[in-house]
Design a protein around this ligand. Sequence first.
Ligand code: PLP
Length: 420
Amino acid sequence: MSSRTDPPSPLGDPAGAPIDYGFAVVDGQLRVAGDTLATLAARAGQTPFYAYDRSLICRRIRALREAFKGAAEIHYAIKANPMAAVVDLLAQQVDGFDVASGSELLSALDSGMSPQNISFAGPGKRPGELAQAVAAGILINVESIDEVRRLETIAQTLGRSARVAIRINPDFELKYSGLKMGGGPKPFGIDVAQVPQALAEINRSALAFEGFHIYAGSQNLKAEAIIDAQNKSIELVARIAEGIGAPILSINLGGGFGIPYFRGEEPLALARVGENLQRLRARYAAHFPQARWIIELGRYLVGEAGIYVCRVLEKKTSCGHGFLVVDGGMHHHLAASGNFGQVIRKNYPVAIGNRIGSAATEVVSVVGPLCTPLDTLADNMRLPVAEAGDFVVIFQSGAYGFSASPHDFLGHPPAVQMLV
Ligand SMILES: *Cc1c(COP(=O)(O)O)cnc(C)c1O
């Protein structure tokens, strides 16, 4: 991946700091795993397509292992990118999977991952999904006392025990988090105050209690905030675990590691998070002698390894403003259009993939074929002068891209996905 010959400036913005997404550039052409975008488009049989670089995914996991030094297992949250080939690759690379639906459960099992290393979180698990989880023998992170009761009935009907962990809705927040999923009223997890009752229900039942799951939030770039949440999480687990007779076998501390999407954002200082985990693990070794410690990550494993590529169909000017009209759009990549969790729309990192390093001398908006103003992939962005046929590339697209987009909206053909 070090075959870069041009200065990296995929943002095409002379004022912005060049950002290295790990992809090689040769003669101004972005490459993924050695192939140009033209080759990849031919291989896909079309634009638009998503390309995920397997070597970048593996490189990221190596970096995590180096940072954690065995202090925690690395689990993959499949919802970030559920493409079967990605799941199969990660089955060889990580220690476990977190699934959030019956369908994700099936692809986790298909990949060969041991049920021992699969957990199922999420509110509103349907009876059929709970039955799937019990039949498969995976760990179920229960999210309410009602779910404990429903699970018990299902386990009895199937004549099997069920492995459970309590997902706690913590009494603190993950600060600076893009998406808060704990602290205050939340659909996720069981409030700290209700945890004793949940434990009592589980004790009365034939369910097999294994431990706790705390997931405070997502998309966090601040090491101090993640460290703070991990410290508080383990203190909380230690406090709650004091009165429990059963050994704690599993402590899932969540994840929330973010990736920089927008200008001015800095990558997470992973080494600091890793050092803190090592400290915590050593400090609490005697508290939880039998526990596995788990960090579960989605976008941090796959987000930066993926690009979305579409082609310029035409250039047009309206009232003096330039538009690149492309053959892809929000129906393939909702997040890049700013309609997936953004409050104020910001541009994803966008480049003209066959003109990397050319001076960015034109301000344009990149728009898709959908008949709605929401279908904007880049708004007023400074880019190299592009022509019809050029490739528009959106970086940081390996997570919450394809599967988080409304492909049927307006009936255009779907994007192709490739793991290369
Ligand atoms: C969504 C989710 C994840 C993954 O979040 P990322 O931001 O992609 O890392 C992990 N665990 C749970 C419980 C989730 O809901």
